[in-house]
Write a protein that binds this ligand. Structure first.
Ligand code: 0PR
Length: 386
């Protein structure tokens, strides 16, 4: 093909891509309020592109990328107060981290049931279906976290793991993890904490506020934690991590790899891009812990502001938020979501709580809330909520 044709083809494809892109909502529009993701920090984009061709599934070819991955994991492990014995795996996000944790707990114990709060993310349902695992659901108490008296009744000889949520998907609640830690220590049960959302929030929030529940490896009973940089870590999709208390447990989820350089590989995936790892590493270096703390402070200030504006128009929250997630109680969330979509806003409906969710991500400013509130009020009036 000659150069001219090549160039024409390139332009045509880029035009087609642009048409697809134009149909999407963008985070930079300020109109997405329900998502737990955000446009990545600008340094993440540069880093991602630079490492586009790297493959962490073959670390001999990419030792530099591997070294960067180890450093990113160290940053995350420090954040979670992981002990020297611990290890980490980079995953594609909360779903893969949760799957890997339960895979490990089942191999370690040889048991087949997991106990989850009703607030658990649907990734646990996938686990149930994938790994022949029985899910035992525990109801929530009135603060919307796991009811530990009910939990104690459901522990059995088949319990492979108990799951605690640190930053629930719908309301950002934190389960009573110190108590779960004691229960699991006393009963010698694997305790997995799903901090996919809260992992990059709670450590910083604890420095800013009192009375934030402990959730990390400082609690002796915590066996593993899922944490996502593509949510509150301000980085690019896909990047999660699973941190485990004891590196020896990796053997349970490792296979021998006879035809690549390393002789063993742990975890679910083989070929993995170094791009998201570079992005998350760059953001963690750029912001550092102080930068993240400032970000969380801002998100919480905006959350309090939104909370007040919402109650000023006569709407109620499901509960007072702990993290930067608000659930607005409604009689008919679907109707309100539809109206808001007509007005150009994207919020998430939560049918089981009869509510809508707003996540005050770093991109969501007070100005955006000021634009949103009149439309929320109008939407609610038009469908008879107010
Ligand atoms: N655990 C928790 C506590 C989560 O909130 C989520 C996702 C997961 C695990 C699964 O994580 P991955 O999606 O990374 O595998 N929670 C978000 C949610 O369901 C995911 C999300 C993010 C959905 C952005 C929409 C969106 O625009 O709301």
């Amino acid at each position: 093909m000659n150069g001219k044709l090549n160039e024409e083809r390139r332009i045509k494809i880029l035009k087609e891509l642009q048409n697809f892109y134009n149909k999407d909502f963008t985070f930079s529009s300020g109109r997405i309020l329900g998502s737990m993701c955000t446009q990545p920090h600008s340094i993440a984009k540069e880093a991602y592109i630079k490492f586009l061709e790297t493959n962490l599934g073959d670390p001999e070819l990419f030792p530099g990328t591997k070294e960067m991955e180890t450093k990113l994991l160290s940053f995350i492990m420090d954040l979670l107060n992981a002990p020297k014995s611990s290890a980490g795996l980079i995953c594609s996000g909360g779903t893969e981290s949760n799957i890997t944790a339960i895979w490990m707990s089942k191999k370690l114990t040889g048991k087949s049931e997991i106990i989850v709060p009703e607030s658990a993310h649907f990734s646990f349902e996938k686990i149930g279906s994938l790994m022949n695992t029985k899910l035992v659901y525990i109801p929530l108490n009135k603060e919307y976290f796991m009811n530990t008296s009910e939990l104690k009744k459901m522990i059995s000889k088949d319990t492979a793991a108990i799951i605690g949520i640190a930053g629930s998907t719908e309301l950002g609640t934190i389960d009573p993890i110190p108590e779960l830690s004691e229960i699991c220590t006393d009963n010698n049960i694997f305790l997995h904490i799903d901090a996919a959302f809260g992992g990059f929030v709670i450590p910083f929030l604890k420095e800013l506020k009192n009375n934030i529940t402990d959730f990390d490896f400082q609690l002796k009973g915590v066996s593993s934690i899922s944490i996502d940089a593509h949510k509150m870590g301000y980085s690019a999709i896909p990047l999660g991590a699973l941190i485990i208390r004891n590196k020896k447990w990796l053997d349970e989820i490792s296979v021998t790899t006879p035809y690549i350089s390393s002789n063993k590989q742990a975890g679910l995936l083989a070929t993995r891009s170094g791009g998201p790892v570079a992005a998350a590493y760059a953001v963690s270096k750029y912001l550092g812990r102080e930068g993240y703390k400032d970000l969380i402070k801002e998100c919480m200030t905006t959350t309090e502001y939104a909370e007040k504006r919402i109650s000023d128009i006569g709407l109620n929250l499901v509960i007072k938020p702990t993290l930067n997630v608000l659930g607005i109680k409604l009689k008919n969330p679907s109707k309100v979501v539809k109206k808001l979509t007509d007005f150009g806003w994207k919020v998430n409906k939560m049918e089981r709580l009869s509510a809508i969710r707003i996540v005050l991500m770093p991109r969501v400013t007070k100005d955006i809330i000021d634009n949103f509130i009149p439309d929320l009020e109008k939407a609610c009036r038009e469908v008879g909520e107010l």
